[in-house]
Design a protein around this ligand. Sequence first.
Ligand SMILES: Cc1cc2nc3c(=O)[nH]c(=O)nc-3n(C[C@H](O)[C@H](O)[C@H](O)COP(=O)(O)O)c2cc1C
Length: 228
Amino acid sequence: MTAPVDPFSAVETVWAERRSKRGYRPDPVPHATLERLFEAAQHAPSWCNVQPWRIAITEPPVTQELATALQAAARGGLPHPEIGFPLDYPTPYKEHRIACGAALYRAMGVAREDKAGRYDAWLRNYALFDAPHLAVVSCDRRLGPYAYVDVGVWLGYVLTAAPMLGLDTCAMASIAAYPEPLRSRLPIGENDVVLFGLVIGHADEEAPANACRTTREPAAKNVSFVAT
Ligand SMILES: Cc1cc2nc3c(=O)[nH]c(=O)nc-3n(C[C@H](O)[C@H](O)[C@H](O)COP(=O)(O)O)c2cc1C
């Protein structure tokens, strides 16, 4: 007798195996595949079904032109995101953040005291990790924080679906720190705020950064069941 199929195991596997990839091969993703991904993600729910995510996706050669402009901006000025990045990470977030950075630097072979190496690793964000596509995700600021929640739900859909299409990704708040190169080249509405980017492509599995592994707390750290 064959065991009954557990439909949840498919999504459990996708979630358990997905990782942010920070090194890509240059080959672009077929346009039809990108369209299929973003068409499917339109099913994401949102409060009052307002569907507030706004996406501009680059394809070669625009991706590389944007990467050049972003690197120049990052080398030349301080970060100035349109909505504030966290300034302080209290415990336990601070410890998670430190562990995440340490895992990446370990994978890249960058020592803790190697300031130049850390700067170069940070700049890799603005080279878009050599990915062929950048999706710049923005949202109408007039809708306020709940619309940002909706955009996060949408992002979860995309991050889940992409590996099922054989695609690798890395969400990138870092690119939101330099909005001018994005606004001057992409259709981003004047009422929209740039939230984050998402690089998409096929990972170069030989890239040292792609050996990075992060961990998660057991759900009991985040979730409380209340029965009485
Ligand atoms: C909204 C968001 C923004 C992120 N911004 C960046 C970023 O700017 N640069 C980067 O290298 N990774 C970024 N990441 C990736 C996280 O560092 C990564 O998801 C986390 O460390 C967990 O690792 P994993 O995705 O491999 O499971 C971001 C992820 C999210 C969801």
